[in-house]
Ligand binder design. Sequence first.
Ligand SMILES: [Zn+2]
Length: 271
Amino acid sequence: MDLDAFIDAMDACGVRAVCICAGAGLILEEASRADGVRRANAVLAEACARHPGRWFAYLLVHPTVVDEALRLIATHAGDPHVIGVGELLPTGHFRGHACDLPAMREIAMLAGDHGLPLNIHTGDAASLGQVEWLIRAAPRTTVILAHAAGAMVAQGLKLLMAHERIWMDLSAHGWKPGIRKPLLAYTDKRRFLFGSDVPIFHRRSAVEAFAGMRFAPEDYARIASLNAETLFPKLTSSRSHPWTTPSLARSIRTSTSSRRRGRPHTAHPRR
Ligand SMILES: [Zn+2]
């Protein structure tokens, strides 16, 4: 991916900062080796260093090399660009690794001790069951359900209600019409985060789908910016970028009102 072009796209659609993680291919092929995770995290760190205050990253770890995972968390939790750990792929989806194992508990506990949320892929009921095991096993750790606004939205919301340290990333595979109703009906949107799943999905479709959810304006501000700033204090402690307004939410409002007036809107990134 062309990082500078991506920054241009962020500027064009009013996105101040993004949180990235290593791609699923890397997780599957390289992350089960210590040198693989080291290399992946070095790539992430280099990308974030090029655009301080704009790009932040999850540390990539893998339960099969648990000593390396614990070392990485202990060594890099304080790095200015590191905001969490993940994305972890539970078993039952792709070829991930079980999250209800002692090694995952150790990883989750240490991440929690350092204030780093775990980002866990949620693609099916088995993965949500593993998340629930983990949240009980590591009671100080926050867990983000990745892509929870997809097929598993009802089950994800149930977990959110049951555990106050569970958050929901709204990136979803296709944003099916059925997800809108349960998300809108869930009144407390302080633990919802906007997610795009870029580059698996194109960023334009992610923003358009989000705009089409027709959340209340204050909820757009929360989901697009304010909730993430609460969960990841490093997003706002960085002084390298002057923006403080929830600009993605603002640009989405501009986008939807322009569309209502029948004009082409400008909220989408340049391509
Ligand atoms: Zn995922």
